[in-house]
Design a protein around this ligand. Sequence first.
Ligand code: ADP
Ligand code: MG
Ligand code: MG
Length: 244
Amino acid sequence: MNGIDKSFAGVAALKGVDFELQGGEVHALLGANGAGKSTLMKILSGAYAGDNGTVEIDGQPLTISSPADAKKNGIHCVYQEVDTSLVQHLSVAENIMLDRLAASEGRAWISWSKLKQEAAQVLDKLGLGININSSVSELTLAEKQLVLIARLFAQDAKFVILDEPTAPLSIEEADRLFGLMEGLKAAGIGIVFISHRLPEVFRVSDRITVMRDGDVVMSELAGAITSADVIRAMLGKSFEEEYP
Ligand code: ADP
Ligand code: MG
Ligand code: MG
């Protein structure tokens, strides 16, 4: 993404942002509330159009005019409101294969056993240990999130945006999510990971980008920086200046 601008009613939310996501990397996106993280990711996932700027995949310019458009190009976003993205009375397998089922239309009854087998394989491959026959309404919030990620894996996602996925999770549940992220990485999928929890950011990320007031102020390999560098970039000054 290059030179992305976006204003809301005269307020500049993004000011010429450049952002690059590699396949097979976890790329953390940090910044104080209002820095522009979600707006940038909504432009990438087709929820908003940018005012200016370009998006490219593998050097090819791309116009993303809707979430469906983004998905067609392998870009998926998991929002915190997981319930709105799942059909509660359907099974785990049906939810994972939802888009594929819709695409198969009249032939659904013929291919269903095959799709169900594929759903089981996806869960197996990702090591999720969730029963494909359970109703989604019986799952915990954390399990629902895992099912959503299994779904985008089943749809051959190339790029995945996780907007504060660990905020509602316990430490054990977050660990499970990180295991799953490892699986996605191994499959060559690039992940944008938005989180405010610095210890977990450093644990799982390859690269860390910090936004402040609508622009990128730092982008470094995680191994090359410390939490103090990140906090300084987020605040725009050091703790010592803030609290002399
Ligand atoms: P972050 O995700 O980093 O907390 P956001 O991208 O949500 O930041 O917001 C960036 C700026 O854009 C903020 O000033 C916010 O108030 C503003 N903003 C975001 N979405 C909207 C919207 N739909 N309408 C008006 N202003 C918005
Ligand atoms: Mg810029
Ligand atoms: Mg946000």
